[in-house]
Design a protein around this ligand. Sequence first.
Ligand SMILES: [Mg+2]
Length: 257
Amino acid sequence: MTKKPLLIFDFDGVIINGMNEYWTSSRQACINILGQKINKNLPQQLPKAFKYLRPWVQYGWEMVLIAAELTRSDGYLISEGFKKFSENYYQQCIEALDTWNWEPSKLQEELDNVRREHINNDLKNWLNSHKPFPGIPHRINQLHKQGNDIAVLTTKGAEFTHKLLTSFNINFDLLYGHESGSKIDVLIQLSENRTIKGFVEDRRVTLEKVKNTSKLISTPCFLASWGYLKPNDSQNLPLGISLLEPKTFARPLANWN
Ligand SMILES: [Mg+2]
C-alpha cells in the first residue's frame, strides 16, 4: 500500500500560542528549584525579556533558566539587558547553567512536573492558557482530509502536546516530543519511508539545520511567519526555505512557494 504524503508541523509557535503558559510554568519551576523566597523577584505578568528571548529558545529547560537569570541581579541578563543576552544567547545559557551548577535535565524535569501538576489540579485552566493561532487547526484538518498524513514534531513533552491537540480537535497521525530525540534525527527516520511534502517550523535555525543535512536536503521547508520569529528571521531566507504567511498557507500545498 502506498503511504500518504506527510506534512510535518512544529507545535509551539506554529499551531499553538502558549506564551503566558510558558512564563507561568517556567516561573513556577524556577520557584520550585530555588525556593519560595524567590517568588517576589519574579513577576506574575509575562516579562518583556522573557517574551523577547522566546524565539531563541530551543528546549523548554532554557525558559526555566531565563526565569532564574531574571532573579540574578549581577547576572548578564539583568546587567546587560535582554537584547545583549540574545546576541550571544547560547553561550550565555551555558555560562548561566554553570553559575547555577544545573543540568538541563533537572530544569526540564521540573518544568514537566509543574505542567503535570497543573493538569492534575485544573486541566481546563491549563488548556485555556494556550490559544491556537487563528485558522491554523482548521487548515491542518483540511489538509488531513485532503489525503495528507499529519505529523507533529515538537521539543515539548509528547503527553502535553497530545492533550492540547486533542482539546483543540486537531487531527494528527504521528506525534514526536522531546523524548523522541532531536528533530533532525526524527526527520531522517521519517524521510526513509515517507514522502515529506513540507516541514512547517518557526525556528529558522532548525530549518537551516535541515537544509544542511545531506539526507534531508530535498525536504521542503517553510518558516511560519505567524510564529516566534527573531527580528530579521524572515529576511534573506536561504534557498529551499520559504516564508509561509497565513494567506499562502490557505492556498493548495503546491502553491506554498
Ligand atoms: Mg516553534
